[in-house]
Ligand binder design. Structure first.
Ligand SMILES: Cc1ncc(COP(=O)(O)O)c(C=O)c1O
Length: 397
């Protein structure tokens, strides 16, 4: 297909796109095409409005009374419930707060404490996991006197045995966007007697995660990526309801106490997922995330996944026709069912090309040694944006 036909096809697809109205929820910068919803999701009107209200009315006027008169005290759980809906978790099983690194530390420590014995004393981590996950997992293993091991997720079923206490992996690889089979890896872990902790950072908000259906024990993820919660947005923690009251997280702060305002001498964990809170909620960033999640009430996650696959397939069609002969190759699975929300495009000039693209308003990022990462968020990106990127990449060579 000629480039002109490809561009024309993009316009036709945009006209027919059922997600097209979602773009109006975003306050996007002019003259930029934003392909990094997997890194920092863009601003929504709702996020701005909710934060403005919190600053101008709650903080300015209500001041400290808002802890009791407003929603500040419950907003971490309320935001968790919105996220629960997106990741397929039951109401009351998700809490928002902390950063993903800290959230991971807390749930890994809880899992390790629950499942370690004299002979079951290994923590097994995805070797391709995001660096913070590997650093945190190793630290938890050291602190709790476990042996730390790593392997690829594909090797985990063979590596699981009666010595593994806890397994941790990412549902979607942050480099390649490969989807790991949460259902089967979780089942293998359980079969071996291990607990599993999934990092959903690159999955939450772009693909159904079905944590309840897949019997996931623990999960964490970022609020600032596909959920558009803003820079440094709170992360989230999920703990399966049958486990939550049996586990203890390692930072027993007053916000996770059963009666925070009783100021008791001794820590008594709250029942349910609230025990995973530690200190005072970061209200302003929680408000931004809470507001940003409104768009997911109008556009369910299944429709977002359909839109994301359509954009990904359209990109790959453009790649095959216009880029594959010019030194580019795909670093992500071609098959949509194996591919998450972004595409890794490989080129030996990836770093320089990324700089050129950004200066032309195509916002992508570079991951060493040769990856241009392109996230295709269907809530605000159009097929015509993808076609324009393909045309720009073709011209670059
Ligand atoms: C898969 C994954 N896990 C964890 C993190 C780190 O999250 P945080 O900075 O919230 O600790 C990231 C950040 O990009 C990530 O991609």
């Amino acid at each position: 297909m000629s480039l002109n036909s490809y561009l024309a096809q993009a316009d036709a697809l945009d006209t027919a796109n059922p997600l097209a109205p979602a773009r109006a929820h975003f306050d996007l910068p002019a003259n930029q095409k934003y392909f990094l919803g997997n890194s920092l999701g863009p601003l929504t009107h709702a996020a701005r409005n909710v934060v403005s209200e919190a600053v101008d009315s709650e903080w300015k006027t209500g001041l400290v009374r808002t802890w009791h008169d407003g929603d500040w005290f419950d907003i971490a759980a309320a935001t968790g419930n919105k996220i629960a809906h997106i990741i397929g978790a039951p109401h009351g099983s998700v809490i928002a707060g902390d950063s993903t690194s800290i959230a991971l530390f807390k749930v890994l420590a809880a899992a390790v404490q629950k499942n370690t014995t004299a002979t079951r004393n290994v923590l097994l981590c995805d070797i391709n996991n995001f660096p913070t996950d590997r650093y945190v997992a190793r630290s938890v293993a050291d602190l709790f006197h476990l042996r730390y091991e790593e392997c690829a997720v594909s090797e985990m079923p063979q590596r699981l045995n009666a010595h593994i206490a806890v397994v941790t992996a990412s549902m979607i690889d942050f480099r390649s966007a490969e989807i790991h089979d949460v259902a089967s890896i979780t089942e293998s872990a359980h079969h071996a007697g291990a607990l599993i902790v999934w990092d959903l950072a690159h999955a939450a908000g772009i693909i159904p995660c079905d944590v309840e259906r897949h019997r996931v024990d623990f999960a964490v993820g970022c609020g600032y990526k596909y959920m558009n919660g803003g820079p440094g947005a709170p992360a989230f923690m999920y703990v399966a309801p049958h486990l939550v009251n049996e586990v203890h997280q390692p930072i027993p702060g007053w916000f996770g106490h059963d009666a925070p305002f009783a100021f008791e001498d001794t820590y008594r964990p709250a029942q349910g997922i609230s025990r995973f809170s530690s200190g005072t909620t970061n209200i302003l960033s929680m408000k931004a995330l809470h507001g940003a999640l409104q768009v997911f009430e109008e556009f369910p996650i299944a429709s977002i996944r359909t839109g994301s696959i359509a954009l990904g397939n359209f990109f790959i069609a453009g790649f095959d026709e216009h880029l594959s002969q010019s030194g580019f190759s795909l670093g992500s699975p071609r098959e949509s069912k194996a591919r998450g929300g972004h595409i890794a495009l490989l080129h030996n000039r990836a770093e320089a090309l990324t700089t050129e693209l950004i200066s032309d308003g195509f916002i992508v990022d570079f991951r060493p040694p040769n990856v241009i990462r392109i996230a295709l968020s269907p809530l605000f990106l159009r097929f015509s944006d993808v076609a324009a990127l393909i045309a720009r990449l073709r011209d670059a060579i």
